[in-house]
Design a protein around this ligand. Structure first.
Ligand code: ADP
Length: 298
């Protein structure tokens, strides 16, 4: 099914997460709040080494990075530079070889309900309806049936999928499936959304629509987003900042601030200029990765 759902204004807030109601309304107030906070996420001198065929592979090398609460950080870098590994460390799915990962100043020892990872392979259950998919994580958290119903309704409205609550996943377009995955993640009300190239498989038009949706949802929920992508335009369109990682081992090469008002549009000349700046830095790293691939294949 490819028809877009009719847009429903989110005014019927029978259910509102507490963070939503507490979130200030003006841009200036949001900016001040963000600046005053201690980092939501801090990586201090983080190094990660994999063991491959008996020899170590340095994936991440002395990463120092701080992400403020409510910030939207994008991470770009060539394939194999450690972007996914970085998200896994923050998610608590892996532990660093050295250094520390802190959430709200507390060391991360494993996964937690305050963080959720969304990736390209959505992991939606085809035998469940859209609503049941969104409800699944809430059942796992032991939330009462009454609250589950309110939350599912709220988050389906948030991603504009209320009319598709009873549809099955195979009846939805790629963009709609991504929104189900987003609703399912948001329904558990994480503070931090970790997104690993979530829109990479979508066509450009659907991706642009989802950028608008994600920006709106991020503004409405006030969550912190760390978003990995290959696409520098996408990074400049979405991020408050864009961190560029070097080719293996992954190090922070540079962090760009995208000082552009929101809502943004991907085709805006200022976004194109920011993307070009990021690309100039990234290109050097991509060339290194291509050179290495070429040498290995000789
Ligand atoms: P990216 O997301 O930037 O493509 P990854 O974080 O997936 O990079 O991987 C970084 C490097 O670590 C790559 O060279 C990859 O081959 C290697 N790597 C990733 N996972 C493992 C693993 N489980 N065991 C060994 N090496 C791994």
């Amino acid at each position: 099914m490819t028809t877009s759902p009719q847009r429903i204004p989110i005014t019927d807030h029978r259910y509102l997460p507490s963070r939503y109601t507490a979130w200030p309304s003006s841009d200036a107030a949001i900016k001040r709040l963000v600046e005053e906070q201690t980092p939501k996420v801090a990586l201090n001198d983080v190094t990660l080494e994999y063991e491959t065929n008996g020899s170590p592979l340095l994936a991440l090398d002395h990463i120092n990075l701080q992400v403020k609460g409510g910030e939207f950080l994008c991470i770009v870098g060539p394939s194999g530079c450690g972007k996914s590994t970085l998200l896994h460390l923050i998610a608590g799915l892996q532990q660093p070889t050295s250094g520390t990962v802190l959430i709200d100043d507390e060391p991360v020892h494993g996964p937690g309900t305050d963080r959720i990872l969304i990736f390209q392979e959505l992991g939606l259950f085809p035998w469940l309806t859209v609503a049941d998919n969104v409800e699944f994580g809430l059942k796992m958290k032991g939330i009462s049936k009454h609250d589950r119903r309110l939350k599912v309704g709220y988050y389906l409205r948030l991603v504009q999928l209320s009319q598709f609550a009873d549809s099955y996943i195979h009846q939805l377009s790629g963009g709609m499936r991504q929104r189900v995955a987003l609703a399912r993640a948001l329904a558990t009300e994480p503070d931090i959304l970790l997104m690993d190239e979530p829109f990479a498989a979508l066509d450009a038009q659907t991706r642009d629509l989802l950028h608008d949706e994600l920006e709106r949802i991020w503004t409405e929920t006030g969550c912190t987003i760390i978003f990995v992508t290959h696409n520098v335009r996408e990074a400049a369109r979405l991020g408050d900042r864009v961190a560029v990682l070097t080719f293996r081992p992954g190090r922070i090469k540079r962090v760009f601030t995208v000082d552009q008002p929101r809502p943004r549009q991907i085709e805006h000349p200022a976004i194109a200029r920011c993307a070009k700046e990021v690309l100039d830095d990234l290109r050097e790293e991509i060339n290194k990765s291509l050179e290495q691939e070429y040498r290995v294949s000789l």
